[in-house]
Design a protein around this ligand. Sequence first.
Ligand SMILES: NC(=O)c1ccc[n+]([C@@H]2O[C@H](COP(=O)([O-])OP(=O)(O)OC[C@H]3O[C@@H](n4cnc5c(N)ncnc54)[C@H](O)[C@@H]3O)[C@@H](O)[C@H]2O)c1
Length: 286
Amino acid sequence: MTPRTVGVIGAGTIGRGVAQSLAQAGHDVVLVDVSARQLADATEQIARDLLVLRMLPGTAGRAGNEDPAAVLARVRTATANDALADVDFVVENVTEDWAVKRAVYEEIDRICRPDVVFGVNTSAIPITRVGSVTGRAPKVLGLHFMNPVPMLDTVEVVRGTFTSQDTLDTASELLAGMGKTGIVVQDAPGFVTNRVLMPTINEAIFCVQDGVATAEQVDLMFQGCFGHPMGPLRTGDLIGLDTILNSITVLYESYRDSKYRPAPLLVRMVEAGLLGRKTGRGFYTY
Ligand SMILES: NC(=O)c1ccc[n+]([C@@H]2O[C@H](COP(=O)([O-])OP(=O)(O)OC[C@H]3O[C@@H](n4cnc5c(N)ncnc54)[C@H](O)[C@@H]3O)[C@@H](O)[C@H]2O)c1
């Protein structure tokens, strides 16, 4: 059965996009974050994005492009997971830190009905590890949405060791309703996308750190030489440099391979609060 009400935990860069896409697809959404400020920011950003989407040519009358107020009315916010007692499906998007995620899963496993599927939106943490701290490993799968969620139609779906076919089918139906398609991959730290993307961004940062090229030059080369719409450093700024650092650190610790060591410049920028778009400054200024 297609889930009706969806709990979205984490209202940061990616969680707010997931909440918006679900509401546009007609779901009732319960958006939870420990920070009331993040919830307020997320609501404002969703309202702005819905207005912009409506103004794009050719979008009038398309599903999800109804009055922004009507879409927003389907999003309820809360600062505690108790609000998830009646949801039919959960997409978790909290900080990429295993200690933080682990505590969330232990709690929602007690709060949510046993039939509820948990979709883990993580850049690199193995899904089997997440499933193992719940009593419902067959109902846990990876749903790695891409940023910005409302604009990108492909989702990396990760099958953990115990994820059931039923769970994959339910998630696939949910995604289809959002106009998205999942590509199912097996569980491994970083899966496919970030096992390739994170070392690429990290290595681009080493190039800047070592004075081989400026950030602009690196990005222009990826655009001009490879036809990428955006270079690795602008992509890092979009994702959030703290999330890049957390993800490359997970890869480093998981594979114990020095090729994943974080660039010292990345560490320094995160310590300085230069996180990219979300703080207004990273490799570029916004
Ligand atoms: N940024 C991206 O492009 C991107 C893409 C795909 C997946 N992800 C993954 O999504 C997750 C979130 O990343 P993000 O970039 O949105 O991070 P973010 O730092 O922008 O947002 C994280 C949010 O989680 C909230 N939070 C922290 N602890 C919480 C808790 N215990 N309960 C509820 N909320 C809590 C924070 O207040 C914050 O609003 C990470 O696992 C990341 O790897 C990120």
